[in-house]
Design a protein around this ligand. Structure first.
Ligand code: PA5
Length: 447
């Protein structure tokens, strides 16, 4: 087991009888999920994906990654939401948030199509100049505006740089198996395609081609990542709360929500966790925030954010709890240097591993926040390996599904995402949105 739930710092806020009371609901959620008869049951492919993934496609992913590694210095991954967050989270967690600046034999990786920013696109175009480039556009629907626009831009750039035939070899498309604009376009143009399985939603897709191709390009061992997820699939199938940390986490966060703790803050103590937090926020925000219900998922990286949001967490409104992910062994050890002059008074730390100092910051913060009335769920991850990360990804996916069922929502749809799109299309004059355009323009004019 790679991830362990330590309930020492949440125990003062949740009585044993509260866990007993929610136990039957957790068992019911488990039955719904595994019986595949709950809301959103057409999107449960992620549940057995670490075992049942398409082996032939998996081999193609590895082959394509090797080709991409050989043929470019810059790899642009185009996607938004679940179509990019998982890959970026894994690359930064296992390699570094400074991956592109490291000495390495793999291409730099940039993410595009996750905003509509002209400056961002232009900067990426500029840094492609004089360097070999490959792109991977990822969109399950194939119609999402942000990646579609970025794809148009980068496809044009590649065709101009290499000509249509060579560009074709540098464009990789991950989309629906058979349907959709992007699939038809890719087939017609002759691009290599990979599949977002029908029964896997965007935010649950990191262990499909969506995440695996960019992750493999970065040099991460995807076999180990999948093996870790499969460890979790096997370990986290017991409906008993006492034996299943994933279900206990889901239960605790729902109990805390019912007691008025409406915000959950995911806490990391390593900058390499920043994008993992972003992946987690999307997973939980899009899965649970509906029907005017759900915890608001937030995140911080300590000790950095102890100097910004720390004050609020310690002393502000008591509407939150924290879920701390502590990585026990980062694999990197840096001692605090000795300085005979000791003008800064730091010699009491000389020779101490920075991991130890970080750990004491964590321990001190846990005590302080609990004393300040903030429950803390502590999740201890054994190490920073692909296997452990695969385990943690699956842990959070499954906890999210159980949690959503406990909350009484469909964790696998995202109806709310459409509202802004409808307005944006109307305002931009997309054909078919004429009535909405007139209504919004009247609102703009103050009528
Ligand atoms: O989790 C989800 O389903 C969403 O975040 C999608 O991943 C996101 O909206 C992108 O959609 P698509 O892959 O269809 O472009």
């Amino acid at each position: 087991m790679s991830l362990h739930l330590n309930d020492t710092y949440v125990a003062p806020f949740v009585a044993a009888r509260e866990l007993d009371a929610i136990r039957p609901q957790v068992e019911a959620a488990h039955t719904l999920l595994h019986g595949k008869n709950g809301p959103g049951n057409a999107f449960l492919g992620w549940l057995d994906l670490p075992r049942d993934y398409d082996k032939a496609e998996y081999a193609r992913i590895k082959a394509a990654a090797a080709r991409i590694q050989k043929s470019c210095a810059v790899f642009i991954v185009i996607g938004i939401g679940g179509s990019y967050l998982g890959a970026r989270a894994v690359v930064e967690f296992l390699k570094s948030p400074l991956y592109n600046n490291l000495k390495k034999s793999t291409p730099d990786i940039y993410f595009s199509g996750c905003n509509i920013s002209a400056t961002n696109i232009q900067e990426l175009l500029d840094l492609c100049e004089g360097r070999d480039v490959c792109i991977n556009v990822i969109s399950k629907s194939g119609t999402t505006t942000e990646p579609a626009v970025a794809f148009r831009v980068f496809r044009g750039m590649l065709e101009k740089k290499y000509g249509k035939e060579e560009a074709k070899k540098r464009i990789f498309v991950t989309t629906d198996r058979a349907r959709g604009t992007l699939k038809h376009f890719a087939d017609e143009a002759g691009y290599e395609t990979f599949v977002v399985p029908d029964d896997v939603g965007g935010r649950f897709s990191v262990l499909s081609a969506v995440g695996l191709l960019p992750i493999a390009v970065s040099g991460v061992d995807i076999d180990e990542l999948m093996a870790g997820a499969n460890d979790a699939r096997e370990a986290l199938a017991d409906p008993d709360l006492e034996k299943n940390d994933c279900y206990r986490y889901a239960a605790l966060r729902n109990i805390l929500l019912r007691k008025g703790k409406t915000t959950e803050i995911l806490v990391g103590y390593e900058p390499f966790m920043q994008m993992f937090c972003e992946w987690w926020k999307q997973l939980y925000g899009e899965s649970e925030g509906k029907d005017h219900k759900g915890l608001y998922p937030s995140s911080v990286i300590f000790s950095t954010d102890l100097h910004s949001l720390g004050q609020y967490i310690q002393d502000g409104m008591r509407t939150m709890f924290e879920t701390v992910v502590a990585v026990r062994e980062t694999g990197v050890h840096v001692p605090v240097p000795e300085d005979p002059a000791n003008i800064d008074g730091l010699n009491f730390l000389a020779g101490k591993d920075l991991n130890y100092v970080n750990d004491m910051a964590k321990q001190g913060t846990l005590f302080a926040h609990v004393d300040g009335g903030v429950p803390n769920v502590l999740l201890e991850l054994d190490d920073r390996t692909p296997r452990s990360l695969g385990y943690m990804i699956y842990f959070f996916e499954k906890a999210c599904a159980i949690s959503g069922y406990l909350l009484g929502v469909n964790p696998f749809d995202q109806p709310g995402v459409e509202a802004y799109k409808k307005n944006m299309f109307a305002l931009l004059g997309k054909p078919g949105y004429e009535k909405e355009k007139a209504a919004l323009e009247a609102r703009l004019a103050g009528n």
